[in-house]
Ligand binder design. Structure first.
Ligand SMILES: [Zn+2]
Length: 101
């Protein structure tokens, strides 16, 4: 096991976890319930962390993380005017109803 990523919050930790799992990299989230004790312990200890089960996966995991961060800077969300579904900002058409965004 090797610590790979210290997340800002649980949501962030799971985004990274799912990305890694999707790429076939075994990983786990630790400290996911630690938010409540922030303030009592150093933030680095209290924040959720993503750990790699096999440290040899680290180069691949770092590639995934970098790709994720690149995608995140260019995406946000926008809402479809016809069905109100949330879509990533880089979508041209609503994934649900096909209306132009
Ligand atoms: Zn729509």
């Amino acid at each position: 096991m090797e610590r790979f990523y210290t997340a800002l919050n649980r949501f962030d930790a799971y985004l990274v976890l799912h990305r890694l799992q999707h790429a076939g990299i075994p990983a786990r989230v630790f400290n996911e319930h630690a938010q409540s004790i922030v303030g009592d312990v150093p933030p680095d200890v209290a924040q959720p962390q993503v750990w790699l089960e096999d440290s040899r996966d680290r180069p691949r995991a770092e590639n995934e993380l970098r790709a994720m961060q690149t995608e995140r800077t260019r995406t946000g969300s926008r809402w479809c005017r016809s069905c109100n579904e949330e879509n990533p900002a880089n979508f041209e058409l609503c994934w649900k109803c096909g209306a132009s965004l």
